[in-house]
Design a protein. Structure first.
Length: 140
């Protein structure tokens, strides 16, 4: 069982659960976790949009977790596993590397952006390492 993909999958599942907690936590949770004042206000005014968007993220992170678990050998092989693992690794890594763009606008860098970028970059690298390790074992 590949420890890197197992860790990456667990990370994605935990992120999905965090997003469920944000939905349940309401406007203050949307604010605290960086969704922005507009999303928090929409939530306060009874709009379903914040919950729908956040639920969509829950589904994405759950799927990512399952793909990492599949690559790790914990669950059945999922379709397009190699492609999925590369895409997931790339998205996490690119999200993390967006931190570099704040060199040109440091006044907009918040602690939320800093930490989520660092965590995303680490998650991406963990996924890439795990994917590289299992690549030859995954049938075409």
């Amino acid at each position: 069982m590949n420890r890197f993909l197992l860790s990456g999958g667990t990370f994605s599942i935990l992120v999905a659960l965090l997003h469920v907690a944000i939905i349940l936590g309401g406007p203050d949770w949307y604010r605290f976790w960086g969704a922005g004042e507009q999303m928090a206000k929409l939530e306060e005014n009874g709009s379903l949009l914040p919950d729908i968007v956040t639920f969509f993220l829950v589904v994405i992170f759950l799927i990512w977790g399952l793909y990492a678990y599949s690559g790790a050998g914990l669950v059945k092989r999922l379709p397009l596993l190699k492609t999925g693992l590369v895409v997931i690794s790339s998205i996490y890594t690119i999200r993390g590397l967006l931190l570099v763009t704040f060199i040109f606008r440091p006044e907009q860098l918040t602690s939320f952006i800093l930490w989520t970028s660092i965590v995303s970059l680490i998650a991406g690298l963990i996924h890439f390492i795990g994917t590289k390790q299992v690549w030859a074992e995954i049938p075409k």
